[in-house]
Design a protein around this ligand. Structure first.
Ligand SMILES: [Fe+2]
Ligand SMILES: [Fe+2]
Length: 161
């Protein structure tokens, strides 16, 4: 058992690290959009961001959130409820962007608002949710592999032909 125990911090680092890497990638893409000058580049950034965010929310909703809800409903329940509502807002904007082209009225505004929602959501996850996972030493060992598998499948399914 002692050996297993020594792996729990590594699993936390692995799982939270994977999610934090996704967060940083998304934040960088929203910054890149601000300096993009032509429509082709804008469309590329929007497509990349929406694919990455869709894979990320899927991993959280299929693995991370239900796992935490079961591990400690009192600690995580209301934070996770809010997170799911925030994901729903993001998905709605992603769906709308999927039907738009650069140059359309409100195209930039949709992506900018998606960035603002995403940054707010990331701050709440990292400052509240992840912090509590670390403080409560939640054992994430069983999550690491399924999360990696889901991410790989989600990104492969969305890869451009
Ligand atoms: Fe996240
Ligand atoms: Fe999230």
């Amino acid at each position: 058992m002692a050996m297993n125990k020594s792996h729990a911090p590594a699993a936390q680092k692995g799982v939270l690290g994977m999610l934090i890497d996704d967060h940083r990638e998304a934040q960088q893409l929203f910054k890149d959009f601000k300096s993009a000058r032509d429509d082709g580049r804008k469309a590329e950034i929007v497509r990349h961001t929406c694919t990455a965010l869709t894979a990320h929310t899927k991993i959280e909703e299929e693995h991370f959130y239900p796992f935490l809800r079961e591990a400690d409903p009192d600690a995580f329940g209301s934070l996770l409820d809010e997170a799911e509502v925030e994901h729903a807002s993001a998905k709605d904007l992603i769906a709308q962007l999927g039907a738009m082209n650069p140059g359309d009225a409100l195209y930039d505004a949709h992506f900018t608002v998606l960035g603002e929602y995403t940054n707010h959501h990331i701050a709440e996850e990292e400052d509240e949710l992840f912090r509590q996972v670390i403080e409560k030493e939640v054992d994430l060992r069983t999550l690491e592999k399924p999360m990696e598998d889901t991410k790989r499948r989600a990104l492969a399914a969305k890869a451009p032909a």
